[in-house]
Design a binder for this molecule. Sequence first.
Ligand code: IPT
Length: 997
Amino acid sequence: MVWSRRTFSALAGTTALGLTLSGSGGAFARASAPTGPAPDPPGADGTRHTVGFDKYSMLVDGSRVVLWSGEVHPFRLPSPSLWRDVLEKLRAHGYNTISVYVSWNYHSPAPGRYDFTGVRDLDLFLRTAAETGLYVILRPGPYINAEVDAGGFPGWLTATRGTARTSDPTYLSYVDEWLTAVNRIAVRHLYTHGGGTIVLYQLENEYANNVTSPRGRDYMAHLYAKVRADGIDVPLFHNDKGRNGYWAPGTFDTGGESGRYLYGFDGYPSPLAPPPDWGYYGVGGTKGGSTASPETPGLLAEFGGGWFDPWGGVEFDGKGYAESARTRDAAYERRFYLTNLANGIKVHNVYMTFGGTSWGWLPAPVVYTSYDYGAALDEARRPTPKLVPMHQLGQLLHSVPDLAKLDRAADIQVGAKGGASGEAAGITAYHLVNPDTEAHFHILRNDRADDVLAAVPLAGVDVPLPVPVPALDARLLATGLPLGRRTLRYSSAQPMLWLTAGRQDIAVFTGRKGEATRTAVECASKPTVTVLEGKADHAYTSGALRVDAELDGLTRVLVEGGGTDAPFLLLLADDETSVRLWRHDTPSGPVLAYGPALLRTAALRDTTVHLTGDTVEAADLEVWGPRGMSEVVWNQGRLKARATTSGSLRAERRLPGVPAVHLPALDNWRFHTENPESDAGFDDSAWKVADRTSSYSTTPVPAGQPVLFADDYGFHYGDVWYRGRFEEAGDAGAAESVSLSYVTGTQGLLMAWLDGKPLGAHRMPVPDKSTVRKGTWSATATFPVRYASGPHVLSVLVRRMQHDMDGAAKDTHKAARGLTAVTFAGASPAVTWRIQGEAAPDPVRGPLNHGGLYGERQGWHLPGFADGGWKAVDFPRASRGQGVAWYRTGFRLAIDPGVDASIGLTLTDDPARAYRVQIFLNGWNMGQYINDVGPQHTFVLPGGVLRTRGANTLALAVLSDGTTPAGPGEVRLTLMGSAAGGVPVTPVDSPGRAHAR
Ligand code: IPT
């Protein structure tokens, strides 16, 4: 599709917005100077906005903004109410943007069918983001990777002709279907039209193949044109897998349009090596990408905020996601992310910021159910210490727009206190300047394991400033920074924010607890200084007030006079305190609250400030805000509050902490075995006959065999059954053995029966570090057989796990799943195969919720299923046998509606026992537990799916291979965290049996 300039500008609304068409080449010239402040926070305000960029940063309505973004996947939290909880937490902690994959497979049960209802309500998610005041970077693929089944491709796409991720016409026809469906929603939420807050949109994902070939370039050009044709008029970009320069502007056809496409790249450097320089300013950046796109701002589409953990916990030596968070901790964030800022990155997205849960059959075979990722907000939605640096830097980027336009300034020689200089001090120093405001920034990084007290020669200091830079840590210093009506000369503490509240200007500086800090603020004359809280020394010297204080909680210094009428409140906060300081912008001006564990919203009506938020411990509440503010309401309750010497209002009583939450024991279990499919007499006449002779799979069809690949028969998720009938005409025992070849992802498993008698089970080897990322897992299981003449039935159950991803664009998602070949030794009976996988997709819970177990097909996992006739049992269980057994129970919760409880289900047992469990809560498949592999023992049960006030149904489908006794052992509810406050939670629709198909 070819774009005329006219069409594009009409769509983009650019002509109306002061952007002009350049005279040559059809390129757009961008507005050269900022035209006004960007509304803050952004929302769906119904007005048109411009979203552009120059080489420094994004320009929203002409104003510079650094997009400080966190990756969040709506499909990894199947409870729409809780989306608001996550987004409010991020917004409160200083993120101004979220980046969002949309997973094709989650929305499409079949070609031509697209579902955006219920937990898949993208419209609601985008609305919530806009209501929360977050910009959105939308990433709908079509390929997303993301450690999801087939990298986001729908199961049905694995059985279609053509090569995915190329310009193949069949593939493109499906891609267009998907993009049409997703863009129809996205277009309503573009910030350019005021319908929502989408400001950037990504094409494809880490497409590192076919970079120079027509099938790649035409593919990217097709995506570009399609997305524009669908009305997406915000800037587009691609995330290059590393800074290679792939898909930089000008490398493929963008329909004659220029200046509306950015270069982006991903980075997941090892936390053990010093952070890489991307080379934006001409240094470092050994890869071609450092100069690939000089006219677009540094855009890190993904930068490691943690890392994923495969089955068996092989990435983190079995320690799980706690170890992911430990190896990418708060100091890692400061060290790496500040280096990114020093390298000109102005769109900075941390993958993941809330990882969530790969529930149902969503996870790619390489990962288990939890996708916690070691992210700043954990899987149970609890803030972790990793939010501290994000909070501090996010607030800073918001308060100090100077950081959105930086040039490199002259290097400085950093010494160590006491003598050594430069390298000897072990500090890497970046010096940056905003060319317009002359604000200077220094980023000091310590890549060594020893703490350094650096001596930093700054503008305006007589002797180098002593600055603590702890081992493997970093900090940002500012000089010449306006703080309202005062100007910072320098500080050895990191600036976090400033604002004007009422008459006074307030500035917050932060650092590690116990650090000695020195801060100097310009004062034309000697000011009056009052230390309101904590200990601080001060002196007026060389035209500046100098304050020395050791960081410990909150130190408050009130500065009056000194050449400026407005009082100035200097707040020095240690890390823990800094995340109790909440800034919110309201139409009447900013509000700063201090005390509670979370401030979600702040609004001013008349003289009252209305706050909502959370407490965990009892907390003081103090608020600064616009003049005239005299009353405080917290979570709808009016508080008695008093004016303080700090110029704030302080609640007379502490806010109460969260009350204790009591969880019931799980008992009254009922039990039933299944796998009737293994019986010779089972009626499989309704099953599909597996008699195809060709397949679009990348797995070759073995000569002389019918296609047995499950996807070719429309079965894409979970377990799949096969029944092969054959007649033995000759003497008994003609065949000696049968060999079953099968392909699965990691952790695949097979069990076989002959005429109802177990032949045995086979499982893929438990992967280790070197094999876990290997895609397809295939094996052949050989079982000895003996049978008499006459008709026989061979029944096989394959837990096939999920489809491979397709990161290298080689159609690896099309590798077969299920049986591939069956051969007999000693005889060659003709076998007629029938196959049965999952029943029709659950219309509410979606296509990835259930597989093809008998119990799943009969709705045993659903609430309301009549299990009254089942046998009562107690845990622990230790029964031996090959096959499938189900356990069901109900439990009631009565959690205070004002309490947000994060509840999990914990399973533990003797790790020698070979069995696995699928966990169904109210019919929702909350994940898979593999007792002898792990490492996951606790499964998050998100509120909404979990009725925190009411009745719940739990069903466990236990698959055991018969080699050991099988549990469950202990099964209990776990309180993972709780807070008073939270968001209102609407129960997630959980239809029972009558609705199942
Ligand atoms: C990058 C992908 O873009 C993303 O989808 C996710 O898979 C992430 O990695 C890892 O969690 S791919 C890159 C690390 C090669």
